[in-house]
Design a protein. Structure first.
Length: 283
């Protein structure tokens, strides 16, 4: 049985992962299709404020400015997921590069890169993100950059450990014997075999990025021109006692999405772990 088929069977055998993937597929589909059927801007004030849910034309009601909550929730899904994915890409790009180079070349290169990694780890993450957002301005791109810069050290350490364990394998020695250059060996031979644990970490990082962005928006440090779930919660904060649903609805969306991503991450952990994958196949 090929590795791809084994991975697929292990994923299908994990009911939590299937449920998580189904929910994420639903969120992505609604976020992509609903704005086509309802092209209004989520910022449009087209009704009386504080309309309750199930009001005609406004399934989830309206907020304090008369904006449609459902439309804001759908657009919030777009940008919250986009921020989570883009910040994870930034983090993986930095972390994989630093960890791979440090693990393969070792020596003073390893020492310098690991000291830089430790420097970023000792700084409180949220404080550094807030500082970057304040310096660069509260835009979506500064939030993405801030989250990516804060979360890459864990990826670098995992990648370094994987590369250290693979650099002495026989297929690497064979590549050296054939005269391949060090960078070619690192990125062509070693890196594809070292990505399994990083893939699992990446799923968790997407969920963490969504939570971090929500926290920044709640504190007023998110992009005020982008509708996200965190922005919806932060904007409705003054009305928690009188209109708590305005914060609860996007809050529930965040909880369910993060839970679904973590369930997918658990299924990937099972699928990429040979022993657990075999247990899943026998189950």
């Amino acid at each position: 049985m090929s590795r791809g088929r084994s991975l697929g069977r292990a994923l299908l055998a994990h009911k939590g992962g299937l449920l998580g993937m189904a929910f994420l597929a639903l969120v992505v589909t609604v976020a992509a299709v609903y704005p086509l059927a309802n092209p209004r801007s989520p910022w449009a004030m087209g009704a009386r404020p504080f309309l309750p849910p199930l009001t005609r034309g406004h399934l989830l009601g309206t907020d304090m400015l008369g904006r449609d909550v459902l439309l804001g929730l759908v657009h919030g899904a777009r940008f919250s997921l986009l921020i989570g994915l883009m910040s994870t890409v930034v983090s993986l790009t930095i972390g994989i590069t630093v960890g791979a180079v440090a693990g393969y070349f070792r020596g003073w290169t390893d020492e310098i890169l690991m000291r830089v990694t430790e420097f970023f780890q000792i700084i409180p993450g949220l404080v550094l993100i807030m500082l970057l957002v304040v310096v660069l301005g509260p835009t979506m791109w500064s939030v993405v950059a801030g989250i990516g810069v804060v979360t890459w050290p864990s990826v670098a350490r995992i990648m370094r450990a994987e590369v250290l364990s693979l650099r002495t394998r026989q297929f690497v020695d064979a590549a050296r014997g054939l005269g391949q250059r060090p960078l070619a060996i690192l990125f062509v031979q070693i890196l594809p075999n070292a990505l399994s644990p990083v893939i699992v970490v990446a799923s968790v990082m997407v969920a963490s990025a969504i939570l971090i962005e929500s926290g920044l928006s709640f504190l007023g440090l998110g992009d005020p021109n982008v509708m996200t779930w965190g922005y919806m919660i932060g904007a409705a904060r003054p009305f928690l006692r009188d209109a708590w649903l305005l914060s609860a609805i996007p809050g529930v969306a965040i909880v369910l999405t993060v839970l679904a991503i973590n369930m997918v991450g658990d299924s990937l952990t099972t699928a990429l772990n040979p022993r657990q994958a075999r247990k899943a196949e026998r189950a």
